[in-house]
Ligand binder design. Structure first.
Ligand code: GUN
Ligand code: ZN
Length: 439
């Protein structure tokens, strides 16, 4: 039987990036804004963008006066930690012991892991995130649960079993040999299956022995298509602890470099307390920092030096880091990133923030042929947003002079109430309750 393509034409104000914006320049360098255009989707992929209405072979959905963006990419978030959102009163090391480890221990139960994974991914879709790099927990079943739920939703998810063989409660500790077996089994079953990829997932240097780090490095060396994810230099007490545990390393980052964990598929969350040599090592390796401003502010970890990393040539992406971060929303994350840079005397543009959460993240992860923009051939992971919701935001929107002011006000004032529809590979996976199916 001949194939009849599934087609859809979406009308709205299309915003994506054709290149990289400059760090503090609000002029629309690299920005592609096509107001009142049609986005053509065929068999789940972007077929093109045009000003004129397509012919009758394209079913139409009109979102006049609405913003259409590529889906957000959250480069660091913990599925099990939706249960500890907004936990009061602690900094990183305390917070892990008091709130986080008990919640993660519950993921040993497969039914609980399945329920939490579904809730978590639905939460991402309901805030406009269509792709994520995720820490489940130490339990193999937590990875199966997450990948199963991601596959059912067609989402691009990168994840792996959390490695931790010391300085953790009994219920969350593995050992080198058992962890290696679990990783190899999970890699065989999930890595490269559909839109899923495996990340060798070292929680952080304090919870792995040098032997476990060496095992993780060997996994990466054996298969360069694997990702690696971990935390680095988030909190001053943590940095001191790493210095005690690994006296032979030049720095916290160097612990990972020496174990073969710093490469172009490495994603390291935070990176607040780095020095110039660390930044140069990041740039040389192609590894990227997943900046997590909401988490850094909430846990009081420190103020991230975006400019220094950019000047060194290292890639910076954005991350919610829930549950250290307080919201799955990348909009809230981007707004927090702006405020954090303001505290450093810097002014982040809407372009840099949005690029880092879309095309920039896709490029840094080696996924720009699949996601992050409306270039033809990309999977149609996208969101439709109201420019403004409510009379106050509507007034601000109407007063905005120029595109940057308008988009920056949107970023600052909008939240998930503005989200109308989320599509993954062209399929609508979330729709606001007050929106008819064919808006
Ligand atoms: N460092 C080690 N584990 C964690 C975690 O779960 N969250 C954050 N923010 N930092 C960490
Ligand atoms: Zn984290």
């Amino acid at each position: 039987m001949p194939h009849s393509p599934t087609r859809l034409a979406l009308f709205g104000d299309l915003l994506d990036f054709a290149g990289e914006p400059a760090l503090d320049d609000p002029s629309p360098h690299g920005v592609r804004y096509r107001a009142a255009h049609w986005l053509l989707i065929e068999d789940g992929r972007v077929a093109g963008v045009q000003a004129e209405a397509p012919d009758a072979s394209w079913p139409q959905q009109r979102h006049a006066g609405r913003l259409i963006l590529p889906g957000f990419i959250d480069t660091h978030v913990h599925s099990a930690q939706i249960d500890v959102l907004g936990a009061w009163g602690t900094a990183l090391l305390d917070w892990l012991e008091t709130h986080t480890f008990p919640a993660e221990a519950r993921m040993a139960d497969p039914a609980h892991a399945a329920m939490v994974s579904g809730l978590f991914l639905n939460g991402l879709l309901a805030t406009g995130t269509t792709a994520a790099m995720v820490f489940p927990t130490v339990h193999k079943g937590s990875v199966d649960a997450l990948f199963t739920a991601a596959e059912a939703r067609g989402m691009r998810v990168i994840a792996g079993k959390v490695l931790m063989d010391r300085h953790a409660p009994d219920a969350l500790r593995d050992d080198v040999a058992g962890a290696e077996r679990d990783c190899l089994d999970l890699i065989t079953r999930w890595h490269g299956r559909g839109r899923l990829a495996y990340a060798v997932t070292v929680r952080f240097a304090p919870t792995s022995t040098p032997q476990q780090l060496a095992m993780a490095g060997a996994l990466c060396a054996a298969d360069p298509t694997l990702y690696m994810q971990t935390h680095v230099a988030e909190n001053r007490d943590e940095v001191r602890w790493v210095r005690e545990l690994y006296p032979e390393a030049r720095s916290y980052l160097d612990v990972y470099a020496r174990a073969g964990l710093l490469h172009r598929r490495s994603v390291l969350a935070h990176g607040i307390w780095l020095d110039a040599d660390d930044r140069a090592a990041l740039a040389a390796s192609g590894a990227l920092i997943a900046h997590s401003p909401s988490s850094n502010l909430f846990l009081g970890s420190g103020l991230f030096d975006w400019r220094a990393l950019a000047a060194a040539g290292a890639a910076v992406t954005l991350a919610s880091d829930v549950g250290g971060g307080t919201s799955l929303s990348m909009q809230r994350t981007l707004a927090d990133a702006y405020k954090m840079q303001a505290l450093r005397g810097e002014r982040l543009t809407a372009w840099v923030a949005l690029h880092a959460a879309t095309r920039g993240a896709a490029r840094a992860l080696g996924l720009d042929a699949e996601i992050g923009s409306f270039d033809a051939g990309r999977l149609a992971d996208l969101c439709v947003w109201d420019w403004a919701r409510g009379t106050v935001a509507e007034r601000r929107h109407a007063l905005a002079a120029g595109l940057h002011e308008r988009v920056f006000a949107w970023l600052t004032l909008a939240d998930d109430r503005n989200l109308v529809s989320t599509r993954v590979a062209g399929v609508e996976r979330w729709r606001r309750a007050d929106t008819p199916a064919a808006a």
